[in-house]
Design a protein around this ligand. Sequence first.
Ligand SMILES: [Zn+2]
Length: 469
Amino acid sequence: MAEVQPSTQSQPVDQSGPSQARPTNPAPDSQALVVQRPGQQGLRRYLYSGLVAALAVSVSLFRFGTSVFPFGASLRADDYAGRTRHVLSTTPLIDGHNDLPYVVRQELKNKIYSPRFDFAGALLSHTDLGKMRSGQMGGQFWSVYMECREEGVAQMEDATWVVRDTLEQIDVVRRLIAKHPDDLQFCVTPACVRTAFAAGKIASMIGIEGSHQLGNSLAVLRQTFELGARYLTITHNCDTPFATSATSVAAGGADGGLTPFGQRLVAEMNRLGMLVDLAHVSPQTMRDALGASAAPVIFSHSGAYALNRHLRNAPDDVLRGLRANGGVIMVPFVSFFFRTDDTGGASIHDVADQILYIADLIGWEHVGLGSDFDGSDSMVRGMEDTSKYPDLIQLLMKRGATDKQIRLLVGENILRVWTAVEKHAQRAQSTLGELPIEDVWDGREWSHVHDADLPLMFHDSKKERREAY
Ligand SMILES: [Zn+2]
């Protein structure tokens, strides 16, 4: 698509942002492959830069080492690499979706203390600490994904293995975080993300990718929240008693949207303070959930349908609804989101196109990043792993994005949404006194309720019990 932002040359460079210092790795030289560095401007530029740098050092020393002087004050608007380093060192880049835990399950059966699993060194997959540091990451929602039993086929109740396996995935994420305390910090609040970032750590959150993983029980939802899960994708690739998935609609199924029980799920998530994630749901479920949610929602990894007619992407009317809702859509880097028929042709430029399209349609306040790294082996060219975020930021700057817009994109939007969700929950629980929702799915079968040796609490229970036999 055409560029939707004005030329960079007239853009002011925003130097605002938190003043906390954070150790950062220099962006890789490979960035030059994406964005051409401007030619040197000669001695005058060196003298000017030197003067500003000396002043910065003086001020920093005066303030006992606290970084109060904006590092980027000397940056030219077209110093994309410098601006990117500055922005990502003062605003946490928070990715909405990473499937490394599933890869760990698949290849290691979750045995992360195995010497083969060199997370601090280098892995062939998209994610390890070295790549994340090169990518200047500040936060990650780790997906505790387990697949549907069969894609496109409704999974109405399966509370045995899938709940166990989801708990195992939560366990492995928490053990992975605990294993790397100098680099990762487990977070269940947006305030924790900022604290972790200020301490130079990558905030680590948990997201569940489908209500089939709950055994379709609101009680299980609450317990996963207690264990630290902070978003639930309403469906993955199968329908559930809560809602219709995009995959089943793509396979020719009817789009039933959010069911009445799904409305209760959204209400309970609002009450708990859990982010409602609409990645993977059908278009009607997106619309229904936007109508049902009393708090802002997210798409943890979804693109714009207008640019690629894939049902995993959000149509324009949904995007406008998202703006009204105050939520955020986090754009992934997997090829099929951009080019359904020619996935090999998708590149970092397609990602930039989608981000700029969404920003133009509904504003920079509603777009973010949700890579889906390690969830597919078909990433777009130029965004092959977690070290590549700075390349994308530079490209967006080259296409006109201001520092302020980039701050919203990389982290401020998801933190704003999460804070709003948290505030809504506090009000629901404290001020309004809302109780946990006890609704169950109509088709639920209860076991072990017919023990004749137990005392009864109510006279009319006898009759029910006799009828049950
Ligand atoms: Zn997914």
